[in-house]
Each structure stands twice: as C-alpha cells, then as structure tokens.
Ligand binder design. Structure first.
Ligand code: MV4
Length: 518
C-alpha cells in the first residue's frame, strides 16, 4: 500500500499556552530532544514556562484577547523563530478551527486534529446528527429546532418526561433546562429561547430525554494521520462543581471490561466518523441502568490527561508529537484497547479559590509552597514559591495526581499527599479534597454529576482538619528548641541552679556540634 502522508520531523515547537499545561508540554518536548518556545503575557513574564522553556517571547498584555488569543501573531512568530509546529494546549486557541487553518496555510504543523474535524465536533447539533449516522448512541430526542410551543409539546410527549431543553448553539450547560412535566414546559421553553438568544445569538432549542443522576465518563482516543484511531480507556469525571471538574480518576469505579470495550468502540466510531487524528476525548453520560450516550467530543489534550497516562503507561504528549509528524501509532497501541488499566490514578485540581467563601477567587503571592512527593505522586504545576496568582486567567494553579495499585490505596495515598502539601499566601481547594476523602459516598465511588453540588449545598462536606493544627509539629519543635536554649544558658536569673530536663543532653550535644563549625 502506498502511503501518502509525508513524515515531517519536528525540531522546535511553539507552545501557545501558559501555566501548568505549558510546563507539561515543554517537559515532553525536552524528553524528545525537541526545542521548546513559549509565548507569555506581561503578568506571566516570570512564570514557570518562561523559566523552563528554551525560548520565550512576549505576546501582549494580560487580557487573553490581546495575548494568548492572538492567533495570527502567534503563527507569524512561529514562522519567524523557525518553529515547525504549534502546540495549543487546552483552552485559548486549542479548539478554534480558524486557528488550525491559519497554521496549515502558514505551513506550520498544528499539534491537534484537522480544522475539518474541529468544525464537525464544534457544533452540538451537527455532531449529534453525525453521531447518529455513524451509529454512536446519543441521548434519545430530536436535534431539530422546535419552532414553537406546540412543536415542543408534541416532541416532549413523544420522548416522555422528564425532558431536557438544550440550546442548539449551546455548550457547557448554558441555556439548558430540565422539565419534569408538561406544567413547566411553556415557561421553560420561553425562558430557554430568550436565554439562548442572549448567550449565543441563536434562539433555537431542541429536546432530549433527561438522564437522571448520570455519571460523566469520558474516553480518551488517539488517532494517527493514516486513519487509525484507538481508545485508551475511560476517565470518571463525575465530581464537578457547576460544570467545572474537580476530581478525575481512571479507571471509573463502575466500568467493567465489557462496558469499557463497548464505550471504547463507540468513541473510536465517533472519532473515525470525522476523520479524527491526534488526541481527543469523547464525553458520555453513563446512566444508572448502564446505558451510555455520547454528549460531545473535546478536540484537544485535556486537563485530566495524566490519569490516563498513569494507568496506560502511554505519554500522551509524546504521542501527540509523533502522530503530528506523520508517524503511525506504534506497537504499544496494537493491543491497547484490550488491556486492563494498570492500577488506579486520581487527580485533584488545585484552584486558587477559597472553598470556605463560596469558592471566591484567591489571587496573591504564594508565600510558602511545599509540594508532596514520594511514591506514586505526580504534581503538574505552573507555579513556584513566590509566584503571583493573577485574576486574569483560569484559577487552576496545579494538579495533584496519585497512582497506586487499587482505588483504596490511591485514596490513602491522596490523603497522605494532601497532608504533605502546604500552600500559604493564597487559599486553595485543598481542604475540599480532605473533606471529600472523609465522605463515604466518595470513598465508595458512589458518584454522579450532581453529587458535589448537592453535598456543598447541604453543608455535608466539612474539612476534617483545622488548618491551624497543621502547624502543631512545628510549634512543638519551636518550644523544644526554646527549652533547650534556656537549659544551656546560665539558668534562671533568680539564682536557682539550671534544672536538668530530658532535653539537656541533646542541647549540649547540639552546642558541641555547632561549635565544631566555628
Ligand atoms: C444532559 C444531562 C442530563 N440529560 N443531557 C451539561 C453540559 C452539557 N455539555 C451537557 N450537560 C448535561 N446534559 C441530558 N439529556 C446532564 C448534563 C449535565 C452534566 C453533564 C456532564 C457533566 C456534568 C454535568 C452537570 C450537570 C448537568
């Protein structure tokens, strides 16, 4: 068979991102012997990516629109500095088909899928249609816009209550309404249309069956430029707060090998239907009855990719680079879809937010920072001690990821790692994770997409340890030290002789040891 995909060695990559993901990408590049260049905005000039990259270029002031979203300037910079490729990370330009086209037109490799694949998956209604045609299960319902209330009533009867009204142009839960019965239909229909018009400039809405208390389970896929797509298993992402993921794990506590195979096949079918290449993720709702439904596809490397790396042993950034060079997926992918995940990985997202103040942003300087490490601990971070957390960008400052042989041990390891973590100067979501680790539902893996919001609203999650108690060992050590210093001195000034305490020997020993250095 003739192969028309040209191989194109990448020698320098421009990273069009910031924070922890820029660091993650440049680490992968360095391991491959590829030069890394980053762009940075004014407040990011002392950021960790700038300190670690081989080259760094200013791209503008703080607002993203004037810096990290300047697609044309970024492609031009890549050309000027001789970068063969651009890695967009997540967010920013990562899912903009127009940016991928700019790269293509400039002869710069976009490390991600084709603009056509991004476009196809970018429209909710369009991708739903494509998935149905490809035989991928989607939530029952119609994707045709409902022109009036009568059409909505007829559609809702056919689907059966409860139903979900969704904005055709929507995403991320905006313009979405659950309708329990016909009594609520008229009000919600009108409200959803005007909300959709205001949010997206398009007031079309459609109806789906409402899936009650599902899980959010997503499948990592990887495609090469030769038409091969493989599944790398699932991530359980049900723990979300207002559509923002907080904890992710692999494997899901409820996915059996058989379900993994079926969901993997559906995800591969979905990706193949749009000619997908590079890293991508298919999001599914997993219902309590075991049925699963395609929601949407994220056409980028995701925040939570490390848990998949830890249970598959595959480096997703390395693989992204190789497939972007035109390499076919290698031998390590030959049987990957039939492999059991190895052990269990859990990621918690450390946000600069105050969980005790309704998750208010907590910008400022990180005065003290001690990362956990030791067996099975990975920290993907974009900050260091002394870093300023600005209000301009996503408040996620780091991800703490643990791996262990099984879920129970991974939870214990996470608890241990959180006990080692210390961040002073800003508030973080760390106390929330300690509270979750004490929660029986989280411990047992009994999760659904509404669980965290319900527990927070009910005040069920309580930090089990007072932050002040963390300093107890330090205070005890200071007291002991003080006592030693006192005992080695002449003694109390009232003339009574110095009393020997159990610290006395130690204190004299330390005095000798210190003396030897003078
Ligand atoms: C749903 C649903 C239940 N039934 N659709 C929220 C964001 C958007 N991408 C899809 N979403 C949902 N669609 C039907 N028919 C529940 C959600 C949903 C959700 C989905 C994934 C992850 C978190 C979520 C939180 C609330 C609601």
């Amino acid at each position: 068979m003739t192969d028309i995909v040209p191989r194109r060695r990448i020698r320098k990559v421009l990273i069009a991102n910031r924070g922890e993901i820029a660091v993650r990408i440049l680490r992968g590049l360095r391991e491959m012997g590829i030069r890394s260049a980053v762009v940075y905005s004014e407040p990011d000039r002392l950021g960790l990516p700038v300190l670690l990259a081989d080259e760094a270029y200013p791209i503008g002031p703080a607002p993203s629109r004037e810096s990290y979203l300047r697609g044309k300037a970024i492609v031009q910079l890549a050309t000027e500095i001789g970068a063969d490729a651009i890695h967009p990370g997540y967010g920013f330009l990562s899912e903009r088909a127009g940016f991928a086209r700019l790269c293509r037109d400039a002869g710069v490799t976009f490390i991600g899928p084709s603009p056509e694949a991004i476009d196809a998956m970018g429209s909710k209604v369009e991708s739903r249609r494509l998935m149905i045609a490809a035989g991928v299960p989607v939530v029952p319902g119609g994707q045709d816009p409902l022109p009036d209330l009568d059409a909505a009533r007829i559609a809702a009867e056919a689907i059966g209550y409860p139903v979900m009204l969704k904005a055709a142009a929507g995403g991320g839960g905006k313009g979405m309404r659950m309708i329990p019965s016909v009594a609520e239909l008229a009000g919600s229909y009108r409200a959803a249309r005007s909300e959709a018009a205001a949010s997206f400039g398009d007031d079309s809405v459609y109806l789906e069956k409402y899936v009650v208390e599902p899980r959010h389970v997503e499948i990592q896929v990887m495609g090469d430029l030769h038409g091969r797509v493989v599944s790398l298993g699932e991530r359980e992402c049900s723990l979300q707060r207002r559509h923002q993921k907080v904890v992710e794990e692999a494997p899901s506590p409820v996915v059996t090998p058989e379900l993994r195979r079926r969901m993997g096949e559906a995800a591969v079918k979905a990706a193949a239907a749009v000619g997908y290449s590079n890293a991508g993720t298919c999001e599914f709702l997993l219902a309590r009855d075991g049925n699963f439904y395609f929601l949407e596809m994220n056409t980028r490397l995701q925040v939570e990719h490390p848990v998949t790396e830890l249970v598959t042993g595959i480096d997703l950034v390395h693989t992204q680079i190789r497939v972007a060079e035109g390499e076919p997926l290698g031998a390590e992918f030959d049987n990957v879809q039939n492999l059991q995940p190895r052990g269990h990985a859990i990621e918690v997202r450390l946000y600069a937010e105050d969980p005790f103040q309704h998750f208010a942003p907590s910008p400022g300087r990180i005065e003290i920072l001690r990362w956990p490490d030791g067996p099975g601990v990975r920290v993907d971070s974009g900050v260091y001690e002394g870093s300023e957390i600005s209000i301009h960008y996503d408040p996620m400052v780091a991800k703490l990821i643990v791996w262990a042989a099984d879920r129970e041990k991974a939870l214990d390891r996470l608890e241990r790692a959180l006990a080692e973590l210390r961040v002073e100067g800003i508030r973080t979501t760390a106390p929330l994770f300690r509270a979750l680790l004490a929660d029986p539902d989280f411990r047992s893996g009994n999760l659904d997409i509404g669980m965290l919001d319900r527990k927070l609203a009910a005040g069920e999650l309580k930090a089990p340890i007072d932050d002040a108690l963390e300093d107890l060992p330090l205070i005890a050590a200071a007291l002991a030290h003080h006592e030693r210093a006192y005992q080695t001195a002449a003694g109390p000034s009232d003339g009574t002789p110095a009393r020997r305490s159990r610290w006395a020997g130690t204190a004299r020993y330390e005095a000798r040891r210190n003396a030897s250095w003078t």
